[in-house]
Design a protein around this ligand. Structure first.
Ligand SMILES: [Mg+2]
Length: 159
């Protein structure tokens, strides 16, 4: 039996949430999961986050956790950072200043390592959980950080 669910509910635990596919359902298009304009230059001007809905199990979890210990880290190569941060604050109450972005997902482990060192220098690494829906990113996190990892489906099996 994994320990992640119990760790997530300890008050001292710090969580870094991915955004697309973790705090959103990743259904941006009309007939596709990707927005129809994805992979085109026009995509930069589309706010795909305007209609995102709150995911209740994640919302409930975040409401019951210390918001000073909740962060977002997201790959963002399309210039959508401001729209994405606005959505995360509006739907989940996560401050814009808690959202970090990189155009390159392979940089996520180093960004998290730097932030944890800066903000929680004495924390037990097993009190940090990195949640992401991307298998490659979860693997990178496991290899390149001492922290716990979790897939967002954990909230579905514990509803
Ligand atoms: Mg994702």
């Amino acid at each position: 039996m994994g320990k992640i669910w119990e760790i997530l509910h300890r008050p001292e635990t710090v969580v870094f949430f991915d955004i697309d596919g973790t705090l959103t359902s990743y259904n941006y298009g009309e007939y596709h999961a990707h927005h129809e304009l994805d992979y085109t230059p026009e995509f930069r001007d589309v706010n795909i986050y305007a209609d995102c809905k709150r995911l209740k199990p994640l919302y409930d979890y975040i409401q019951n956790h210390d918001i000073n210990r909740i962060f977002c880290i997201s790959r963002e190569p399309h210039g959508h950072e401001a729209w994405k941060s606005y959505m995360v604050e509006k739907l989940y109450g996560i401050p814009v200043s808690h959202c970090f972005y990189t155009p390159d997902a392979s940089k996520k482990p180093q960004i998290v390592l730097d932030k944890v060192t800066e903000l929680f220098p004495d924390i037990d690494p097993k009190s940090v959980v990195l949640m992401d829906d991307n298998d490659d990113t979860l693997g990178l996190y496991m290899r390149e950080t001492p922290f716990c990892t979790a897939h967002p489906m954990i909230f579905m099996e514990n509803m």
